[in-house]
Design a protein around this ligand. Structure first.
Ligand code: 4AD
Ligand code: MG
Length: 477
């Protein structure tokens, strides 16, 4: 099928030639002007229908949402709001759309409403912009790592281990759970299951990534991960995409440098390659900000915020320094935090992370050296015996966007930590082999891809940056 893309036609400088376009009708005014969108850009092409010479039956079917094919002369437009238009000589209906039933109307719909019709929301400019940006950011991640010689590893989706040791896994089974085979002591007998053992969806590709890094030197994974945690927030999904690099012969500082370089690279890529989308999202956000009271409005626009991120070093502080800042902070002193910081060792809540990033430092912060008890078993124990070489990167408006660490490469200490944290060693014998045979310092991190898209798009709910969000009580599509 031969057609021209609307994005090309809107840029066209050669006129008075015949073109054929196909797309979906956004609006049809005065029985004459179609605003046609084919998804190639957010802009619509004006198609002018010669209603005197078009069947009434056809005119009636040019409704919002219908797919049409139009052929005619591409001309410079004299009308306001567009530079080119097509004077149609023929209009063909490819697929009807009943105006009584089509849920998208030519008006601004709320994001909440659009979330309920996630299968149709792609056809709005907001979601056109968001998902093109998502595409570009994924592409930029691959480019960044490819240029640095990292190997892209596909780690398994179905696993028998719990990479984070947090017990937040979705089980995978083919057993008839209404009538499962039982062991002698009455437990479900997973020996009879498909894999001959209990399996689950992966929570992270890190452990397999470490195996590969200990052979290739530097690798990254980028795939779906699953967490059966309470994900009823604007920052959590039960199914999300994570990008996890792992580097051999590297320490925490190398890890921080890699993460900061990578984040700056992909943000810069978006600014350079998604100008139209970012301008649209920037304006969308400005409109939303206008609805808020003055003191709640953000000081920077979306694009200013992204540029600010590029031109400033991320603040790097330890957990202990952060606790001291938080203890002395106004909201802590005045008991405005929901969780008051009174002792070393507490896990930071998002209100604390946001205070550090948005109020105290006013820029991205890398927090390091957390207490060992609140972090995963694989993180390298520091010489103080109390903290581990962990790093979380906190972003304004988002909170934690990256979590990572230098890994515990010493077999004896790793085993002790596994005992302490009740992580079964027999299940992870393959993992321990990396420490048994040619162990070496190594480090890595995980970037929550949707949180990155959230930050760069300026959207406020993570459910609006993944096509079909999975969260408790919702897996409709
Ligand atoms: O901090 P997390 O749990 O770290 C890991 O999984 C490590 N294995 C990563 C590594 O070192 N290779 O998760 C990493 C990131 C978080 O910083 C956050 O951005 C994102 O993944 N994330 C989620 N994003 C959306 N929904 C959820 N439920 C998420 N849980 C974590
Ligand atoms: Mg984390």
């Amino acid at each position: 099928i031969s057609r021209e893309k609307i994005s090309d036609l809107l840029q066209s400088t050669t006129f008075d030639r015949e073109v054929t376009v196909m797309g979906w009708v956004r609006t049809f005014r005065n029985n004459q002007f179609i605003a046609l969108n084919d998804g190639s850009c957010m802009g619509n092409l004006q198609v002018v229908v010669d209603f005197n010479n078009t069947d009434d039956a056809i005119l009636k079917r040019i409704n919002t949402g219908a797919a049409i094919k139009a052929t005619g002369q591409l001309v410079e437009s004299l009308g306001k709001g567009q530079t080119v238009e097509v004077k149609a000589t023929s209009v063909e209906i490819l697929g009807d759309s009943d105006p009584e039933k089509f849920p998208l109307q030519p008006k601004k719909h709320s994001l909440e409403f659009l979330r309920e019709i996630a299968h149709l929301r792609f056809r709005t400019n907001t979601f056109n912009a968001v998902f093109k940006l998502r595409h570009a950011l994924a592409f930029a991640i691959h480019q960044f790592f490819n240029e640095r010689g990292f190997v892209y590893m596909h780690t398994p989706i179905i696993t028998a281990s719990d990479a984070e040791g947090a017990g937040e896994m979705f089980k995978v089974t083919t057993l008839d759970l209404d009538n499962p085979p039982k062991t002698e002591n009455g437990a479900i007998n997973y020996a009879e299951d498909f894999f001959g053992r209990a399996t689950n969806l992966t929570v992270s590709g890190q452990l397999e990534g470490e195996l590969a890094a200990m052979a290739f030197g530097q690798i990254y994974t980028f795939g779906p991960t699953f967490r059966a945690e309470n994900s009823n927030t604007t920052r959590h999904l039960a199914e999300f995409w994570m990008m996890e690099p792992e580097i051999a012969f590297a320490d925490l500082e190398d890890n921080m440098n890699l993460a900061e370089d990578m984040l700056k690279f992909v943000i810069k890529y978006a600014l350079e390659n998604c100008k139209e989308e970012l301008e649209f999202l920037n304006n969308r956000l400005l409109e939303e900000e206008k609805q808020k009271p003055q003191q709640e409005r953000s000081e920077l626009s979306l694009i200013e915020k992204l540029n600010f991120c590029l031109s400033n070093d991320f603040e790097r502080i330890t957990y202990t320094e952060a606790i001291n800042i938080l203890k002395a902070s106004k909201p802590n002193q005045k008991k405005q935090f929901k969780y008051l910081i009174d002792s070393w060792g507490a896990d930071l809540q998002s209100e604390h992370e946001r205070y550090l990033v948005e109020k105290h430092f006013k820029k991205p912060v890398i927090l390091t050296d957390y207490p060992k008890d609140i972090k995963s078993f694989y993180m390298r124990l520091n010489d103080d015996g109390k903290t581990v070489a962990a790093m979380d990167i906190l972003f304004p408006g988002i909170g934690e966007i990256v979590g990572g660490s230098q890994r515990e490469e010493r077999l004896d200490i790793l085993k002790e930590r596994m005992v302490e944290m009740h992580v079964p060693q027999d299940e992870l014998s393959w993992y321990l082999d990396t420490r048994r045979f040619g162990s070496a310092p190594h480090a890595g991190f995980g970037l929550g891809f949707e949180r990155l898209v959230l930050f760069v798009s300026g959207m406020t709910n993570i459910r609006d940056v993944i096509a079909f969000p999975r969260f408790p009580k919702s897996a409709e599509f």
